[in-house]
Design a protein around this ligand. Structure first.
Ligand code: SF4
Length: 896
């Protein structure tokens, strides 16, 4: 293995280049790749912590059948025979693959070819369906193909960036940093955020339009009409390069598109509506970014097209610094789109038109080929529940957590005759339902390519040995395909061979008729593949260095070569609020976690930022419902329920609550928000409405609350609410339950008093049985040095000691006599200051330290905070939070 390996971050769709460097102790440090054109060396908090996530804890290392370790041959035979038998008995439509934007393009390619070209069904879909399929559908409707016109450099030369449904600061942090850097160089650059929720992205925006959930299409229809009525339509461009304009304008006008009507339905001030309209009108270089807030909607595709309509009207597309720009969520969502990983795409951006089907079949020389779209994610798991899908293979994703109505997904998988799961982690919520578990190679071990949001193909290269018997996904599928009788068509011995075939298909009978063409890479040899530098497709003989921007010539990939305006008739979310479910549930990501946390929860510094599942709500709503800040709440929808910690927020829109998507059974009990989410979908994209589910929230009043800090990992069975959080050399458990222990002291000692091999263990405790309060502390003394081994605090309410001082103590090499005196009170001795919530993940700087630095040194800028206490000086992900603290301290000072 090399000492230094250039690869690509496995998290979001920004696709940052990283460099993994072997350390003297054999571990790896990860830093940003200064030569990668997506990030130029920058990383966010998640990317910067990658080095902390490389351990083998929880790894699936060997194939298993029904929980028993078996040899690869046996596992592969079982998968191939199980699928073949199901197909024989029930037809190809009775099997399905559910894959993932975490797969590499080469993995995706083999999966898609096997299912569509050889099994003969299109029942392969990807978790990208949950992420950006509305953008795909919108692009195809407008451009005739799924093409992202812009690139990241366009963000830097733009003069107006409108971020719609995009918490860029948290979800695409390096692009947020690039935008902020561009603002310093270009004072004209303005940023507008359109989002029902005030997010950290708003901290640096000139304008925030907190529109009512689901009203985006009214806003952009209004913009279309207003721009037209102001005489700002580019009539030449419209007549020469587009079609459908009149119908789109008429539909927009019919939707009630005057600024006052838009303001009313969107629930915002008319002046703000007009400000956005005027800025769009007076600024030539406008980029409209859209992300999950647009896509994850039952009207997601219409939202995308309402945005694209405005760019077509004004010819703000295909030119530097302007265009509609979809930010993808996953590292290889785009690669999946390229190979046909979605059930409604065939391969290489070809559809199910008869000519495409015949062409792909010719190229693959396949015996059968799917001729129509298959089941999209939500429908696929419905079909599992209904018994129509009888064998499913799930790869690199956790649908039991991430899909809507997860209780139904669980029910379906529990009764499905054959569930195969390929994953690198063996204990996910989904893996529990697998009959056959296949160990897959993980990031750092895999070899292949990914494509980011700006169409840039980058290499993921291995720098770690593959542990146990884990194998790359493309290899696993190749072996199964051979066992199913398709050996000739699956001859691959390397990811490089798969890539070459994928590249050849993209150029096969193409002649410029299809946008996705990387035939310029179809003959690279193994060393060319190993050394491939990041490049934006199309890559052809004519364009060997890739293509920075699309649609520069006004030619689109529709039948007529013209872009299509779409008439948009706005629709509100499918499920309206009711007296029983009066609040809107909005879901999304937090800054420092990724998806179902299987990787990020390994990094203590990432866990510190948001240690528990929470429900963010406006204080007025919370108080009306009797929910105190920091207490537990039960959230219920018509589909399921969960528990979460209440977090008051002035950023929440009254009437809406926000819950992160990440927590699941692996880390918390009763904390999966997917259980609540309605499974209604967009009629064009099939993307579920993850941002709008009617819910109610009520206090959850367990009879006891508590927390445990322990140097050992524990299993705590008898708590209703139990969140386990990995700290730096310790584990933290947040607990609550319905039935208090009859003997708290006995309970605590049984849990925490593991035998010590040497040294002296001591148990200190305090019990107030009348009030249900118990504090216990275990100390360990060896060679005269005392350390804190574990502690437990139980109380009848959520009012418990702050965790930060105790957490600091548990990692200290020695507990002082003074600290020992304070232990049972759970409070720092006089003079020692409690730290606050984590803010800067890179340097572990907490909110109280930052507040003190601002007040003591009279700091006036984020940069000054960095100079004073380092916060924000590495990845910069916490800079919006630093700005909030700066304003908070200033406001407190002014008020004093
Ligand atoms: Fe990874 Fe962060 Fe870059 Fe996304 S922005 S690719 S998570 S380093």
């Amino acid at each position: 293995m090399n000492l230094t390996t250039k690869t690509t971050c496995p998290y979001c769709g920004v696709g940052c280049g990283v460099v993994a460097e072997r350390q003297p102790d054999g571990g790896f440090a990860v830093r940003g790749d200064t030569e990668h054109p997506s990030n130029f060396g920058r990383l966010c908090s998640k990317g910067a912590a990658l080095g902390q996530t490389l351990d083998l804890d929880d790894r699936l290392l060997y194939p298993q059948i029904n929980g028993e370790r078996v040899a690869w041959d046996r596992a592969l035979d079982a998968v191939a025979q199980g699928f073949a038998q199901t197909i024989r008995e029930h037809g190809p439509g009775s099997v399905a693959l559910y894959v993932s934007g975490q797969l590499l393009t080469e993995d995706y390619y083999v999966a898609n070819k096997l299912v569509k070209g050889f099994i003969g069904t299109s029942n392969i879909d990807t978790n990208s369906r949950l992420c950006m399929s509305s953008s795909v559908a919108g692009h195809k409707r407008a451009f005739g193909t799924d093409t992202v016109p812009c690139n990241y450099r366009d963000l830097e030369v733009s003069d107006l960036i409108i971020l719609v449904g995009s918490n860029t600061a948290w979800c695409h942090p390096v692009l947020y940093q690039r935008i902020q850097a561009a603002r310093r160089d270009n004072p004209k650059l303005r940023v507008v955020v359109v989002d029902p929720k005030r997010t950290e992205t708003c901290e640096e925006a000139e304008l925030h339009l907190a529109i009512a959930p689901g009203t985006d299409t009214w806003l952009f229809n209004g913009l279309l009409v207003w721009l037209h009525d102001q005489g700002l339509a580019d009539t030449t461009y419209i007549s020469e390069h587009t079609q459908g304009f009149e119908a789109a304008l008429a539909a927009a006008r019919a939707s009630g598109a005057t600024p006052d009507a838009v303001a009313k339905i969107c629930g915002i001030a008319e002046a703000d509506v007009l400000t956005l309209f005027r800025w769009f009108a007076e600024t030539e270089k406008v980029i409209t970014v859209y992300s999950q807030g647009v896509n994850q909607s039952s009207a997601g595709t219409d939202k995308v097209n309402s945005i694209i309509n405005c760019h077509l009207l004004t010819h703000r597309i295909g030119r530097p610094g302007m265009g509609p720009f979809s930010f993808t969520g996953q590292p290889n969502a785009m690669g999946g789109r390229e190979v046909g990983g979605l059930a409604n795409m065939l391969a290489a951006h070809m559809d199910f038109a008869p000519a495409d089907v015949a062409r792909v079949q010719r190229f693959w020389n396949s015996p059968v080929i799917a001729g129509a779209p298959g089941l999209k994610a939500v429908d696929m798991f419905r079909a599992v529940e209904e018994g129509k899908i009888k064998a499913i293979w799930i790869m690199a994703t956790n649908p039991v957590v991430s899909l809507p109505e997860t209780d139904r997904v669980r029910t379906g998988l529990a009764k499905c005759p054959l569930v195969v799961v390929s994953d690198c982690i063996g204990i996910t919520d989904t893996a529990k339902y697998a009959h056959i578990l296949l160990p897959a190679a993980a990031w750092g071990e895999k070899n292949g390519t990914v494509t980011n949001s700006e169409r840039r193909i980058s290499r993921q290269r291995p720098f770690l040995p593959t542990p146990g018997e884990a194998q790359p996904d493309w290899w696993i599928m190749t072996q199964v395909a051979r066992r199913m009788g398709f050996a000739d068509a699956f001859p691959y011995e390397s990811a490089h061979e798969v890539f070459l075939e994928h590249a050849r298909l993209s150029g096969y009978e193409n002649d410029g008729q299809r946008d996705f063409d990387i035939s310029g890479l179809a003959e690279i040899d193994a060393s060319g593949y190993d050394g491939l530098i990041p490049v934006q497709w199309p890559v052809t003989r004519k364009r060997p260095h890739g293509t920075e921007r699309m649609f520069t010539d006004g030619r689109f990939f529709t039948d007529t070569g013209r872009a299509r305006f779409l008439p948009i008739t706005p629709r509100l979310p499918v499920n309206a609020l009711t007296p029983d479910y009066p609040l809107v549930l909005n879901t999304g990501r937090v800054r420092d976690h990724w998806h179902t946390m299987t990787r990020t929860a390994k990094a203590p510094r990432l866990n510190a930022h948001t240690p528990e599942p929470y429900v963010e709500m406006h204080a007025d709503d919370a108080q009306r419902l009797g929910l105190a800040n920091g207490t537990l709440a039960r959230l219920e929808s018509a589909y399921g329920a969960m528990l979460a910690r209440v977090e008051y927020s002035t950023n929440a829109r009254p009437g809406s609550v926000f819950v992160p998507i990440h927590w699941n059974d692996q880390f918390a009990r009763l904390a999966c928000v997917g259980a609540l989410v309605n499974a209604v979908t967009d009629p064009f994209s099939g993307q579920p409405e993850l941002k709008h589910t009617p819910v109610r929230v009520k206090p959850y009043d367990p009879r006891w609350h508590g927390f445990v800090l322990s140097r050992r990992q524990l299993t705590i069975a008898d708590a209703t609410y139990c969140v386990s959080i990995k700290g730096d050399k310790f584990w933290r458990y947040e607990l609550a339950g319905e039935t208090p222990a009859a003997d708290w002291k006995g309970w605590a000692r049984e849990l925490l008093c593991a035998p010590q091999v040497d040294g002296r263990a001591e148990w200190l405790d305090y019990l107030d049985a009348g009030h249900g309060r118990y504090h216990g502390v275990r100390l360990f003394t060896r060679d005269g040095i005392t350390t804190l081994e574990s502690c437990v605090f139980i109380a009848p309410t959520a009012e418990l000691p702050p965790r930060s001082w105790l957490a600091g103590l548990i990692v200290k090499p020695q507990v002082s006599a003074e600290e020992r005196m304070s232990l049972l009170a759970g409070a720092a001795p006089r003079g020692q200051v409690e730290s606050g919530p984590a803010v800067c993940a890179c340097f572990g700087v907490d909110a109280n330290t930052i507040r003190r630095a601002i007040a003591t040194h009279d700091l006036s800028s984020v940069e000054a905070i960095g100079q004073s206490c380092q916060a924000g000086t590495n990845c910069g992900s916490c800079k919006p939070a630093l700005k909030v603290l700066l304003e908070e301290v200033r406001a407190a000072r002014d008020a004093a």
